[in-house]
Design a protein around this ligand. Structure first.
Ligand code: IMP
Length: 491
């Protein structure tokens, strides 16, 4: 390639691309008020779209359906409904999620007043609870045990839970209601007026009947993917009418005419009031182009997905952390010029808490396929130990996973095949080990992220992006810090 002066401008990058696991987060000064209970995982993707946790489930047929979108939305994340769904399917899920009313939790999990703190914490970890009602053997409510309170007052793990719980009747923070036929409207009002996190409903003999949680009153967010070719406008209109919170362009390579002109610019003219996330991109120039075209959010990643064979098939893509760092440079440049901050979503190759933490030192949120695919709520079929599809939770051993570019999904438009009616797979079909219900794992990984933020001295994700320092490891040092060493590994 020659420029106007006859100079050869072709660029060859000899620096290797980097992925998340090659970096360490360095500790920063941790202030007195910075602990795992005070740091926040909230992330703002748009003025009207603040997530409680920075997680999006991938727009993949084997990952996100109604159950995943609802369960993740209830935890404060965002499910993205795949574009392979019919428009009517996407719309019906969006409507069902938007209609989902906060309900009571009937027969909530309980701890017994004879148990130790350690036993109760074990049960809470297993189910992903941050609080649990304590009852006697007649189910009479004795008090509330919350991690937050335990953290504040401390206590020996072998001490009875009754020593640390907030006892019934002696603490004004406990919101109890003694009429078991209370309706949800009244419960909602009580929660709103009291600003309590939860409401405990008891019968006339003070036996625990049900609970309601303030977090379930928050609106549940949901997003829908669209493609860049035929029918995108209709899909957008139907989803907007249904009340979707975010439109996500789903193409493997958004650096081109269709994403720029047809969708991002024309979408902006539609003035829907709903933000649009454009992607995927992995380069500075591509990101700058779509920011200039008006993209509200940029999604970053190509070739790094767990089921992806793009690099193998056609040697295109980029190591995900390098892609993120480059797109972040474009965002800084765009911010300096236009004064608009564009949130970034890292997509592909993130499956451990460590990957999440490093990605969040640059990205505002992360999208994951493989991570969510292994849970009960995933859309993929669950298989028993003989490889047969089962609906019995106790028999589930594996979950089907497949890429949008695989033979199974044949999401042609994501890979630019639609007009030519050509196809070769860029993704595989496989299985992942079944990992149970999502909530406990999600909570455990959220805790790991919070703990890392405490190490870095960051109270929120914005501080993590702006102030934390990450360092590249050598191959040798990576082995030393990421693996146990010089010990008997048989134990
Ligand atoms: P994971 O979290 O590593 O499983 O990556 C998930 C991401 O992989 C998705 O959000 C997509 O961006 C991408 N992806 C999904 N299906 C395919 C495929 O068939 N080929 C290549 N990439 C894919």
């Amino acid at each position: 390639m020659c420029d106007g002066d006859g100079k050869i401008t072709k660029k060859i990058i000899l620096e290797p691309g980097r992925t998340f696991g090659e970096f360490s987060l360095l500790p920063g000064y941790t202030g007195k008020d910075c602990d795992i209970h005070t740091v926040s995982l909230e992330t703002k993707l748009a003025d009207d779209l603040v997530l409680g946790i920075p997680f999006l489930s991938a727009a993949m047929t084997s990952v996100t359906g109604y159950e995943m979108a609802l369960a993740l939305g209830m935890e404060g994340g965002l499910g993205v409904l795949p574009v392979r769904m019919l428009v009517s399917e996407q719309v019906s899920i969006v409507e069902r999620i938007k209609r989902h009313e906060m309900g009571f939790v009937e027969n909530p999990d309980t701890a017994y007043d004879t148990q130790t703190i350690e036993q109760v914490l074990g049960k809470m970890d297993k189910h992903g609870h941050s609080k649990i009602p304590v009852v006697d053997r007649n189910n009479v409510f004795k008090g509330m045990f919350t991690r937050r309170h335990y953290w504040d007052v401390g206590g020996h793990p072998q001490a009875p839970v009754t020593e640390i719980m907030m006892p019934f009747d002696s603490d004004e923070k406990l919101l109890c209601h003694k009429r078991s036929n209370i309706n949800i409207k009244t419960a909602r009002k009580l929660l709103e007026d009291s600003e309590s996190d939860y409401l405990v409903v008891l019968d006339g003999q003070s036996r625990l009947v049900k609970m309601a949680f303030a977090k379930d009153m928050k609106p549940i967010r949901v997003a829908s993917a669209i493609n860049t070719h035929r029918g995108w406008r209709k899909r957008v209109e139907a989803n907007i009418d249904a009340g979707v919170d975010l439109i996500v362009i789903d193409t493997s390579d958004a650096y081109g005419y269709f994403a720029e002109d047809v969708v991002v610019k024309k979408y902006k003219d539609m003035d829907t009031g709903v933000p649009i996330c454009a992607g995927n991109l992995v380069t500075y120039d591509g990101a700058l182009m779509l920011m200039n075209a008006g993209a509200d959010i940029i999604k970053v990643g190509m070739s790094s997905g767990s089921i992806c064979t793009t690099q193998r098939e056609k040697a295109v893509g980029r190591a995900p952390m390098t892609a993120l760092i480059d797109v972040d440079e474009a965002r800084k440049r765009y911010y300096d010029n236009a004064g608009r901050y564009v949130p970034l979503i890292a997509d592909g190759g993130i499956s451990s808490a460590g990957d999440m933490i490093i990605a969040l030192t640059v990205a505002d949120a992360i999208m994951m396929g493989n991570y969510f695919n292994k849970f009960f709520e995933a859309a993929g079929d669950k298989l028993d130990e003989d490889g047969k599809v089962t609906r019995l939770e106790s028999k589930m051993r594996n979950v089907i996973t497949y890429g949008e570019g695989s033979e199974e999904a044949r999401n042609l438009e994501r890979y630019g095949h639609s007009d030519m009616m050509t196809f070769f797979p860029e993704g595989v079909s496989s299985t992942v080990d079944y990992a149970g219900f999502m909530k406990p794992s999600l909570k455990a990984d959220a805790l790991r992220i919070k703990a890392a933020m405490v190490n870095a001295g960051c109270m929120n994700l914005q501080e993590l992006r702006e102030e934390s320092v990450i360092e590249l490891m050598s191959e040798y040092s990576k082995r030393i810090v990421t693996e146990t060493h010089d010990i008997d590994t048989k134990r």
